[in-house]
Design a protein around this ligand. Sequence first.
Ligand SMILES: [Zn+2]
Length: 313
Amino acid sequence: MTNRTLVALAFALGATVATSESSAFCRSSTIRGAAGECSTTGVPLMWCSACTGLSLNTDGSIDIPFETLKTEATSAAARWSAEVGCPGETMDPPAFELRVIDDTRVYSGINHGGPNANAVWFNSEWRLDTLHRMGTIAITIVSFDRRTGEILDADVELNQRTDANPAGFVFSTGMPMPDTADLPTILTHEFGHALGLGHSDQDRAVMWPTAGMGESRRTLSADDVEGICDVYAFDRRPSMQCDAPGTTTRPNLVCNDTPYGGLAPAPDGGRAVGGCSVHEGISKPTRARWWLLGAAMVTLAWRRRPRAATRVA
Ligand SMILES: [Zn+2]
């Protein structure tokens, strides 16, 4: 293990932030940082299994064919797993992956005690609130165990332009197009949040918090790789963070991509969109213990592209 790895590990155990000349990534935490800043308190968030499934909402997009959405989502997920080699002798990929599984009609929210879907969907009714802000291209809502930081659910909403939502965005794939949001870039960024990363302060990183129209930033930077490997480095799993308190139970390291509580093909328990509320007293059947849940909201905002710049970064 290199000194760099040890430093990253110390950051992970001590708090949530890794900031140095070589690493500027940020891990999402059970306690949000001040606006625009990485949290320095709380427990860093992470999934405690080896994989989970993402489901596209069958509403799809008015801009992009459904099969193309599925292809782009699959590619964006792979950028954070199969295409990454974490530092070390064997350059193993991160010990967790997102997989695109069966479609759903579920939107955002977590259904306590019932089936769920980690939904990816296009929101054409972007009603402004503390989560859905003007100028935001997409958000990811992460539900987690407030005590351990275990992520239980993550939903990605894309702010789609429609007649009813004229302030939304037009999404495109293929060659980046002016005046459109590059869907591969946006999905890759949001999936970083779904995996437990916050925003980087390195402007070439996928996890940089803003994107210009027509801007493509699909490839992970070295900082992004450091970030995801900090969360899921193969040689550091299983993590103490994922142990059931007071036991020696280890997380299930076999990939089971079924979402928390089972895959929900349709909303079950109501459409719960957003809210940074804290829910207490939730039973997770598989472990039969009480959970404290919180929700984190992370966004990718639109940045107006300066006329002369090819890339604002
Ligand atoms: Zn973001």
